[in-house]
Design a protein around this ligand. Structure first.
Ligand SMILES: Nc1ncnc2c1ncn2[C@@H]1O[C@H](COP(=O)(O)OP(=O)(O)OP(=O)(O)O)[C@@H](O)[C@H]1O
Ligand SMILES: [Mg+2]
Length: 509
């Protein structure tokens, strides 16, 4: 007795048998079981029906006019790949059975068959169809939700990086790629630490990954990422563990916010504030200080001349030594005063093509005595051929003087060594100038605020040197980046616009 299976939804069933009566009977059995069944004696009409509306199950006789049921099964499968086929035959052979299975038939029944058995076979085939479709639907849903999540990850401005337990990058979203200039393909499978700026940052990262893997959420970790253009971005990270359901190995998800612009704004605001008060102070005091300074210099000159007339040469010598010291101190004061004035009220830029070789020559000649006294060799390295940058010669000289002086001062207490000035082209448009030393490197506590006025680690330093340098480079539209190597040593990289000496028209900005 054929019964209706309430758990199964009604399906489309095609029955094909050259015996019209049998085809009708089988179709009726499936209709009684709650399905919509149609009977055909000709395979062509069955194919037409399948083409005009999809079907779920086809019950086919193996022996049919014009083509075999096995061939028809293959054709119907191409029309409806997720449907199932049951083949019926009066004289089964192993060969037809194998061919039927090859064409993807669900089952093979021998005539005469028990109607209940055929219907229950049909039910199982339809369950299979249902399961197959459900699987496809879930896969589709999964693909869709993956697309949505990927879209979210790619569209946010936050940095999202996932790393495996060994600290290698597995995912690198658009925001990190855009800001650092390293695309996802070049970052994948590389250690995340290789994108960080300093050794302490790398240590901090491995600690954060360890703690996150142990289940802790590690927030507010400030680690700077290096960029392809050799700059850096200051990023605040949050590390947490993430496990995929189907994967046993947990990964660490690092979500970061780029603080660089905000910190830069804050720094500029603080700097502007410092400059404003410095400006007022300088404007008020400069005049007052300059006059007595001039008067003191003049008096010193007179004193020195009077000393020349002293009959006692020993006394004259003693006075000369003291005069020289006071002169030096007055010169320092005058320099300091002009630094203040320059910062508070910068002079106009006289932009012209500047020959870097000439600039290097002047700076090295001026710094040579100091370097020699400190057992330091000054070396220079330039790309072949003339190197010209667009700049204000005097100001760029001031920049290099400051940087070389810092380098010499950093190395003064160390073993003998060298300070290198180099200049290399960076494509057609820019030129990179480097000042490298073998000193101890920038003290970590001031590394983030190097360009802020009055930041110094030296007893006699004013902390204005790098502020002035940055100011000048900014005004030239250049970039400056200071880094400390692993075993120490400082590299200052400056890029400036390349100039064409043929266009030698000075311009005041
Ligand atoms: N090449 C270097 N190696 C190590 N530390 C450096 C180097 N250059 C600068 N620094 C650090 O940066 C600080 C700030 O430098 P900056 O030139 O602005 O001021 P300063 O040298 O201290 O004083 P001054 O105003 O006389 O130049 C220095 O005090 C020093 O700690
Ligand atoms: Mg200095």
């Amino acid at each position: 007795m054929v019964s209706v299976d309430a758990t199964q939804p009604s399906a489309e069933v095609l029955v094909v048998d050259d015996n019209g009566g049998l085809a009708e009977n089988v179709a009726e059995m499936f209709s009684l079981a709650g399905h919509r069944a149609r009977a055909f004696t000709d395979p062509r009409s069955a194919c037409d029906a399948a083409r005009s509306a999809p079907f779920d199950l086809a019950v086919l006789d193996v022996r049919l006019p014009h083509q075999s049921g096995v061939e028809l099964a293959a054709e119907l499968k191409t029309l409806c790949p997720d449907a199932e086929i049951i083949l019926m035959t009066a004289n089964a052979t192993v060969d037809t059975a194998i061919a039927a299975v090859r064409q993807g038939a669900f089952a093979y029944v021998q005539k005469p068959f028990d109607p209940d058995e055929l219907i229950s076979l049909g039910s199982r085939a339809l369950k299979q169809v249902h399961l197959g479709r459900e699987r496809l639907r879930l896969l589709d849903e999964l693909a869709r939700s993956e697309t949505v999540y990927r879209g979210v990850v790619e569209s946010v401005d936050s940095f999202i990086v996932s790393v495996d337990a060994a600290g290698n990058v597995q995912m690198w979203n658009r925001a990190v790629a855009e800001v650092t200039g390293f695309d996802a393909a070049s970052a994948l499978r590389k250690p995340f630490s290789s994108f960080l700026v300093s050794l302490p940052a790398r240590r901090q990262l491995s600690r954060a990954i360890e703690r996150a893997l142990a289940g802790e959420v590690v927030a507010n970790v400030e680690l700077s990422l290096r960029t392809q253009s050799e700059g850096q971005r200051i990023v605040r990270w949050r590390f947490s563990r993430f496990s995929f359901a189907q994967r046993s190995e947990p990964i660490v998800l690092a979500v970061g916010a780029d603080l660089t612009d905000r910190l830069e704004l804050e720094r500029r605001a603080a700097e502007a504030e410092a400059m404003a008060s410095l400006g007022t102070l300088t404007a008020g005091l400069a005049h007052e200080i300059r006059n007595p300074l001039n008067a003191a210099s003049l008096q010193l000159e007179l004193l020195s001349r009077s000393a020349d007339k002293l009959p006692d040469p020993k006394l004259k010598e003693r006075i000369d030594v003291r005069v020289a010291i006071v002169k030096e101190e007055l010169a320092r004061l005058t320099n300091l005063l002009s630094d203040f004035l320059n910062l508070a009220k910068p002079k106009g830029l006289n932009l012209e093509p500047v020959d870097v070789a000439v600039l290097f020559g002047e700076v090295l000649a001026l710094q040579e005595p100091l370097a020699t006294g400190a057992n330091i060799t000054l070396v220079q390295e330039l790309d072949e051929g003339p190197q010209w940058v667009r700049g204000d010669h005097a100001m760029l000289k001031q920049v290099l003087m400051n940087l070389v002086l810092n380098a010499i001062e950093a190395m003064a207490k160390r073993e003998p060594g060298s300070v290198k000035l180099s200049c290399h082209g960076q494509g057609d448009q820019r030129v990179e100038i480097r000042v490298e030393d073998q000193g101890p490197g920038i003290p970590p506590e001031i590394a983030q605020k190097l360009f802020t006025p009055f930041v110094t680690s030296k007893e006699a330093g004013t902390g204005l040197g790098l502020t002035i340098v940055k100011r000048i480079i900014d005004r030239h539209g250049g970039t400056i980046f200071v880094s400390t190597g692993d075993p120490g040593g400082t590299v200052v990289r400056i890029t400036l616009q390349r100039a064409n000496p043929a266009l030698r028209s000075a311009r005041v900005v």
